[in-house]
Design a protein around this ligand. Structure first.
Ligand code: SAM
Length: 211
């Protein structure tokens, strides 16, 4: 995964609005949330704290210490001081059921999204939220990584993701999810995308269900 500078350029308000609007549709039962980029718990404390089960994953020790102070004693909340890729590979399968997964990344969350589906069999409706700052990271000097936007078997070559396509950020995101849905056999009844920083950062949410 490529990371931009480790600071949060996002707007909390827009992120919260997105999450609350999709949760408000009641497409999923609010049982268990998994926040893979938990940070300081700003989203979790406002959106997921009342879920009966909540998993927060954060690899930065200082932020993890803050999460511990904020949520440490609460029943149903489990804190993981791990790289989320390790969590997805080793711990995800220990969770019996999921209602929401949150990928509020710096840079692109797509490697984590791929890993999630490699390790999770979708049995019910699921809400997914993500922040993708790929375009912003690129403006800050990161290389375009076509593989990150290919879900399927061609992902080694990144075939088809030419420089013109790489400038159409929304198309890249949607094409990635279309491939994911075919590869992992799910439908996407709803996809909502909001923008920040002149379309350099995408905030999106989707409701998925197994085919
Ligand atoms: C945009 S911030 C998340 C903000 C958070 N959602 C909140 O509401 O406070 C991204 C966070 O992901 C963490 N992070 C980045 N890469 C990670 C990884 N591979 N594993 C776990 N956490 C990671 C960063 O330390 C940072 O705290």
């Amino acid at each position: 995964m490529f990371e931009s500078k480790t600071r949060d350029n996002s707007s909390l308000l827009v992120k919260l609005m997105l999450r609350k609007s999709l949760l408000g549709l009641k497409a999923v039962e609010q049982k268990c949330a998994l926040d893979l980029f938990a940070g300081n718990g700003e989203i979790a404390s406002r959106v997921y704290q009342d879920f009966p089960e909540l998993h927060l994953v954060e690899n930065d020790s200082a932020k993890f210490a803050r999460l511990k102070r904020k949520f440490g004693d609460e029943a149903g909340i489990k804190l993981w001081n791990l790289d989320n890729r390790e969590f997805l590979a080793r711990k995800l399968k220990t969770i019996p059921e999921l209602s929401v997964v949150d990928f509020d990344a710096y840079g692109s969350p797509n490697r984590q999204i791929q890993l999630f589906f490699e390790n999770w069999r979708l049995k019910k409706q699921l809400l997914i939220f993500a922040t993708d700052g790929f375009t912003l990271a690129r403006l800050r000097g990161r290389e375009f990584s076509p593989m990150l936007y290919c879900a399927g078997p061609d992902s080694e070559s990144g075939a088809g993701y030419d420089p013109v396509l790489s400038r159409n950020f929304e198309l890249l995101i949607r094409a990635f999810w279309e491939e994911m849905s075919k590869l992992h056999q799910f439908r996407i009844p709803l996809f909502k995308i909001l923008w920040k920083k002149r379309r350099q950062v995408a905030y999106y949410g989707l409701w998925i269900e197994p085919k």
